[in-house]
Each structure stands twice: as C-alpha cells, then as structure tokens.
Design a protein around this ligand. Structure first.
Ligand SMILES: Nc1ncnc2c1ncn2[C@@H]1O[C@H](COP(=O)(O)OP(=O)(O)O)[C@@H](O)[C@H]1O
Ligand SMILES: [Mg+2]
Length: 399
C-alpha cells in the first residue's frame, strides 16, 4: 500500500502528472485509485471520462474518483468554522488567510482528504494517487492537529466544563452566541479525524511529488514549498519538471525563439537538480497536444518514469525530525531543505517550540526530556536546523 501526493503551483500539470502516474502504475499491474481533492473537476477531463463520488473503473485495475466533500460536510464545518478561525490565527496564519482557509473551498479540500484516509484505510488499493489542490495550503492546514492538541486536551475540557456550569445563565444574557455542546463534539471529532489524516499522510508509505515547470517564478515557489513541506513533516521523494521544451534536432533545428526557451529551461533545471540532489527530478516534454485520455497519459507516464516503478517504495529519506543526545544535553534537528538563515525563526513558548520559515509556522510539542531544558543555541546548515538544549539546573533540581 502506497500513497503518492502531487502538489505544485496552479497549472503546472499536477492533474496530468497524477493521472499519468496512476495510469502507468495500473498498466503495470497495481490496483490503483487516483482521486482529486481539487474542487475543479479536471481529473475527469484529463481522462476524458465521467468520474463519480465513488471509485469508478477507468480501465483494468485503474479507478478514479472525484471527491464531493461539500455536501457531506457543509453542516459540520459551519459549526467549527468560527472556532477554527481563532486557532488558525494562533498558529500564525494571518486573519485574512485564516478567513480564506475556513470558507468552503479550502475546507472542502481538507475534508476531501478525510476521504483519502477512508480509501487508504479500506485496504482495496495497492496505490492511491492524490491530485492535490495548489501548493501547500492544505498540507499546512493538516499540520494543525499538532497546534490543536493543546486546545483540545487542555483548554477545551476546562472551557466545556465552565460553559456547562454557566450556560443557563449565559444563554439568558448572551443568547445563541454561546457555543452549543455540539460544537465541542464537532471540534473534537474533527481534531481526531484530522489527526488521522495527518498520520496517513506522514506515514512512511506516503510521499509527496512536487510538480513544477522550468520557469524562474515557478521554481522559486517550488523551492519554498520544498522547505515548508519538510517543516510540516511531509516527505518529498521526487520532483516532476513538466512541459520541458524539446531541443531541436538536426532535421528540425530550433529557431531563435525555441532555442531561447530551451536554454532558459535547461538553466532552471540545472539549478533545481543541484538544489534537490539526491532527490530525483523526473522530466516530461512539452507535448504537441494536451495529454488527454488514457493512452496519452500512459505514454506520458512512460516518459516520466521509464523502466522505474512509479509506486516504488521511497528510499528511506533523511529523518525529518530527530533527537540526539550529546555530552551537554540534546540536539533537536529539523530538516529544512533550501531554507535561508534570515527566514528561519525560533521561539520557545512553555512546552512548545515554534519554528517559523517565512510565513510558515510549526508548533512542536517538546518531548518530555526537553521540557526541562533551556535552548542554548541553534544553527542552520546543509538544510538542517539544529537546536541545542541543555538541562536547566533550576528545573532539574526541583523535586
Ligand atoms: N507535458 C505536457 N504537454 C502539453 N500539455 C500539457 C502537459 N502537461 C499538462 N498539459 C496541459 O496543461 C494544462 C494544465 O495541466 P493540469 O494537469 O490541469 O495542471 P494543474 O493540475 O497543475 O492545474 C492542461 O490543459 C494539460 O492538458
Ligand atoms: Mg489540476
């Protein structure tokens, strides 16, 4: 059982790459489900078929589905929307973005990921390929259960008890603004389910493939995404460079316009390859027509993977988060590929460590050994943030 997530900037070819990967894997005998969590229903368009909200057979061993999260979850979501807004803000998402994330399009995608979890858990598939909505936001939202933990475990029960006691009084004064018990239940359920989804998507059998086109703007965003995926604990096992202009041949030499593009793209690809080494960078050429339909997609898959198995187990990657004991204390190391020193921030807040990279923020609950330590320094080198901890004499001495 293997799960592959495809993400990247809008329009680079996520849907095409997901569909091509699934088509190729199925043609080589893996029972494959490809599903899209993007509300734009382009997966069906790519295959040139209709896809329903249940797995629909496209070909032998190849199934597709278009998750229709809206209907099922709208009600629950409304209940928790307001609450989530507050939590998002605490997790460092600015108010405007939080607003955007909790309106249905963003929410829909998260809830669609619940369906991914259901399909993975069903045991029906050898491979589940997920065509995700554009870059990062969803994955970032899925990092929230960690931030939510504290609320759900500590603040929530207390709040709930307090509210229960004062509700009769409050409802007279404040009317329906007091959250009903149902809201707490809905939040707890959502928290549990998001935690489940996150475990599925960060499992060793799951990996992310980042799709890009070899253009400076797209590559710049892909670099940032690579960093933030690692920050949130998602493992990337490869990149796909799509729509690469084929160089001219002796029979059909490139004109200046084409030669210009070929050279510019080659320079971008060299840069990416160097940056992401040893991750593989797969490439697919700019086709003379849109790769639509099973045949064209399988052919594109073959171009991408050659003889390699599209659903092969990812090589065990460098640990994303590790704790080592040193002579003075501990080092907590967090993989942050391509991060620049000036973009990385670190704050300790009680038993939590808040790591920020640009506008991305992860709240890490400290393991118990580190709770009684002080942070004595941090270094960023070769894509790893190493945070040094030493025992806090005051805390260790305490009975
Ligand atoms: N290698 C390619 N050659 C030619 N057209 C492509 C290629 N890859 C994707 N396309 C076309 O580009 C458009 C965007 O691709 P799509 O997979 O829908 O992107 P995304 O899902 O990232 O938004 C589609 O019309 C698709 O058919
Ligand atoms: Mg798409």
């Amino acid at each position: 059982m293997r799960v592959l997530l495809f993400t990247g900037k809008g329009g680079v070819g996520k849907t095409t790459a997901s569909a091509a990967t699934a088509a190729l894997a199925a043609s080589r005998g893996r029972k494959t489900l490809v599903l899209s969590t993007d509300p734009a229903h382009s997966l069906a368009d790519a295959f040139g078929t209709r896809l329903g909200a249940e797995p629909t057979e496209i070909d032998t061993g190849l199934y597709g589905m278009q998750v229709d999260a809206q209907r099922a979850f709208e009600r629950t979501w409304r209940e928790v929307q307001g609450y989530l807004l507050a939590v998002l803000e605490r997790a460092g998402v600015d108010a405007l973005q939080a607003e955007e994330l909790t309106v249905l399009p963003g929410a829909e995608e998260v809830l669609a990921l619940l369906e991914v979890r259901n399909q993975v858990a069903s045991g029906r598939w050898d491979l589940v390929v997920v065509d995700c909505a554009p870059t990062g936001e969803t994955l970032r939202l899925l990092a929230l259960p960690e931030a939510l933990n504290w609320y759900v475990e500590k603040v929530f029960p207390a709040q709930r008890r307090a509210l229960r006691a004062i509700r009769p009084l409050l409802s007279r004064v404040a009317g329906p603004a007091v959250p009903a018990d149902g809201v707490f239940e809905a939040v707890e359920r959502l928290h549990r389910e998001l935690g489940d989804v996150r475990r599925t998507l960060t499992a060793p059998s799951t990996s992310v493939r980042l799709v890009l086109t070899p253009e400076a703007v797209v590559v710049a965003e892909a670099r940032r995404t690579l960093t933030s995926l690692a920050l949130y604990g998602y493992r990337v096992d490869g990149l796909v460079a799509n729509r690469v202009f084929p160089a001219g041949t002796d029979d059909a030499p490139a004109d200046d316009w084409r030669a210009g593009w070929v050279a510019a793209q080659a320079a971008q690809l060299d840069g990416v390859r160097r940056d992401v080494h040893p991750l593989p960078l797969l490439t697919s050429p700019y086709r003379p027509a849109e790769p639509v339909g099973l045949e064209a997609l399988t052919a594109l898959g073959e171009e991408l993977y050659g003889q390699a198995d599209p659903g092969a187990d990812a090589a065990p990657a460098e640990e994303l988060l590790g704790l080592e004991r040193t002579s003075d204390g501990f080092v907590l190391a967090l993989a942050l590929p391509l991060a620049r020193r000036g973009d990385v921030g670190l704050t300790r807040s009680g038993d939590e460590l808040v790591v920020t990279v640009g506008s991305h923020r992860r709240v890490l609950a400290l393991p118990s050994a580190l709770k009684r330590c002080v942070v004595t320094g941090a270094t960023l080198s070769e894509g790893r943030l190493a945070i040094r901890f030493e025992p806090d004499p005051d805390l260790w001495m305490r009975p």
